[in-house]
Structure formats: C-alpha cells, structure tokens
Design a binder for this molecule. Structure first.
Ligand SMILES: Cc1cc2nc3c(=O)[nH]c(=O)nc-3n(C[C@H](O)[C@H](O)[C@H](O)COP(=O)(O)O)c2cc1C
Length: 240
C-alpha cells in the first residue's frame, strides 16, 4: 500500500500532530506500506482562485505551476491519504484547506446524484475505489468535542470526493503529548495509533479494540489539566 501523509501544522516536527502521524506511519510501514510525509508549510501552494480553467480550458490541469502539481500526482498514486492537522479555530489549518481546495482538477464539472447529495464526479474512472483517507488531529483543549466541526467537514469532503474515511484519530489536550509528564495519559493511545496504522494496511480497517481506545475521552481529571495548562502559560507570559 502506498501512503501519502500530510502534516499541516506550521510547527512541523516540533508539534503534536507529527507525533501522531509518525506513530501511525511506523505501524503502517511495519505492516509493509510505503509511506511519504509532506510538510505543507514547506510547500509553495497558491490559493485556488476559482477560475475553473482546470474544468474548462485545460481539463484536469490547474493554471498554477507550483508544488501542488507534484502533490496531485502523488495523491493519485497513493491508496491512502493521511490528513494530519491541528485544530485551528475549530477546524483544519489553512495550509490543509488550501491544499484540499486545489484538488479541484480531480473533479469533473457535470453534476451527479450521489447518496443523498449532488456532487461533481471524479475525473478518472480508472481510480474508482482506489483511495481511502485517514484523519489525524490534535487540539489544545481537553474535550474530544473540539474535533466535531473537523470531523463533520471531512465527512462531507469524503462524500464529495467519493473517498471513504477509514479512521479518525483525534487527541485533545495536546500538551500531554508534548511533555514527558503526559506519558501516562498518552501511552495507551499512542500504541493504538500504531496499531491503527498496522491494521489499516493489513486488513483495510481498524479493529473494535483499537477503535475503542482511540474514541475514549482522555483520562486526566479536567480540573487537574486546567491547572497544569494555566501554570504552563503563566510561566511563559512576558509581563515587561
Ligand atoms: C491559530 C490557532 C488556533 C487554535 N484554535 C484552537 C481551537 O479552536 N481549539 C483548540 O482546542 N485548540 C486550538 N489551538 C491549539 C492547537 O490545536 C494546539 O496547540 C496543537 O497542539 C497545535 O498542533 P501542533 O502541536 O501539531 O502544532 C489553536 C492554535 C492556534 C495557533
């Protein structure tokens, strides 16, 4: 299986998104997958300007000759897309949104009925059923509900693209992933992230046991976490 992973955190290797992405890819590679990770911050990707040239003038080809040209080729080759993003203002970062908007050349303009919606069909019939996606995210606040808007957005993107989501991996209270003291709250989850990578490559889906661990709320008492987080911030605020 070929995997193309995206890290859309501007903090790249220093962030918590990368911890989850790496763990997932380690499991996937152990199961025999070939994986590449792209840091979107390092890429030159123009915003889609809605000119529809990729639909009307040069079908399937965008007017911009930037790093997205190669990324689109790699996306078509890969069977699994792993979208890694921190929560920024309740959803994905602009780096990822920009890249996703630029996948418009993958679609054909004519409307079609699909499930309970109207969508644009995938341009390449030979790719039918080839791709799947995994969504990986972290956020600062401790409740899993902070991923609701992201999850909803990707569910709709999945329908629009006719690319199923095989797994969502969301870890709140990202501070716990970034500090040594957090290990007791993150160890089990990180093992499940590794298993998810391995299971998706081997079986095309994750087991009920892995899913249960991934879906659980974090175990740290909320009050304790709040005090810890505020202590961390207070130490760093420059008063002068
Ligand atoms: C501009 C911005 C917006 C953010 N918005 C949210 C938010 O809506 N909810 C939340 O829980 N965390 C929010 N965060 C916190 C990040 O999700 C958190 O710091 C995360 O660890 C960043 O990912 P990274 O460590 O991979 O860079 C925001 C951070 C930034 C910089």
């Amino acid at each position: 299986m070929k995997i193309l992973a995206f890290n859309s955190s501007p903090r790249m290797e220093k962030g918590a998104t990368d911890i989850l992405l790496n763990r997932f890819l380690e499991g996937a590679k152990y199961a025999g997958a070939e994986a590449e990770k792209i840091f979107l911050k390092n890429k030159k990707i123009n915003n889609c300007i809605g000119c529809f040239s990729c639909w009307l003038d040069t079908p399937g080809v965008c007017i911009f000759k930037d790093d997205m040209t190669e990324i689109l080729e790699k996306m078509r080759e890969a069977e699994l897309w792993v979208f890694g993003t921190p929560i920024y203002h309740d959803t994905m970062t602009s780096y990822l949104k920009t890249a996703i908007e630029r996948t418009l050349p993958f679609k054909h303009p004519l409307f079609k009925k699909y499930k309970d919606r109207t969508i644009h069909p995938w341009r390449y019939p030979e790719d039918k059923g080839k791709h799947k996606m995994v969504i990986i995210s972290v956020c600062a606040f401790p409740e899993k509900s902070h991923f609701d808007a992201l999850s909803y957005t990707f569910k709709k993107i999945s329908i629009n693209m006719e690319v199923p989501i095989v797994c969502e991996i969301f870890f709140p209270a990202s501070m716990l992933l970034l500090s040594k003291k957090g290990a007791r709250y993150t160890d089990k989850f990180l093992k499940a992230v590794y298993s998810a990578g391995e299971e998706i490559v081997k079986k095309g889906k994750i087991s009920a046991k892995t899913k249960e661990i991934l879906n659980k709320e974090i175990e740290i008492p909320k009050r304790h976490f709040l005090l810890m987080a505020n202590r961390w911030w207070k130490k760093r605020i420059k008063l002068g």
